[in-house]
Ligand binder design. Sequence first.
Ligand SMILES: [Zn+2]
Length: 197
Amino acid sequence: MAYEKPVTSHRRKWDKDEYEKVAAERLEEEQRLLLEKDKKEPPIKRDLLKPREYKVDLDSKLGKSIVITKTTPASHQGGYYCNVCDCVVKDSINFLDHINGKKHQRNLGMSMRIERSSLEQVKRRFEINKKKVEEKKKDYDFEERMRELREEEEKQKVYRKEMRKERKRKAEGDLEQDVDPDMAAVMGFSGFGSSKK
Ligand SMILES: [Zn+2]
């Protein structure tokens, strides 16, 4: 009688259900840990990128000479020193690049994200710009008006002067008419006006 060895598989049998359960549990645990970590250290909240409110000094040291030794602190060495990052940048273009850059902004506590303007803000800005234009126009109108007034005054002045001259001429003319032309010639003021006619 042949002894029949029971057929045994060398392959390990996985209990599919069992392992699915374990996997699900592990996933759950991982997610729980992640949530806990989030609670413990909230993500660093950085300010949104803002426009600079100061003028960058790029040329105050232009054309000046300074002596630099091995012990000269970085802030007094040649080039552009950034006191936020404590580094020296060699030229103005790179300095501007640096202070506009991610690393510098991060050191300032700003992210590179910019604020998204709301419709309200955009409307308000439009309103402000419109007012500015109107203000300018008003200023212009005022200037124009003043100029016209001055011109008018000038014209009036000239006119009054002419009138005075005219009156004077008339008065003199009247005077001359009283003098007999022959008499006037004799008296030596023949050229007094009437002869000019
Ligand atoms: Zn910097």
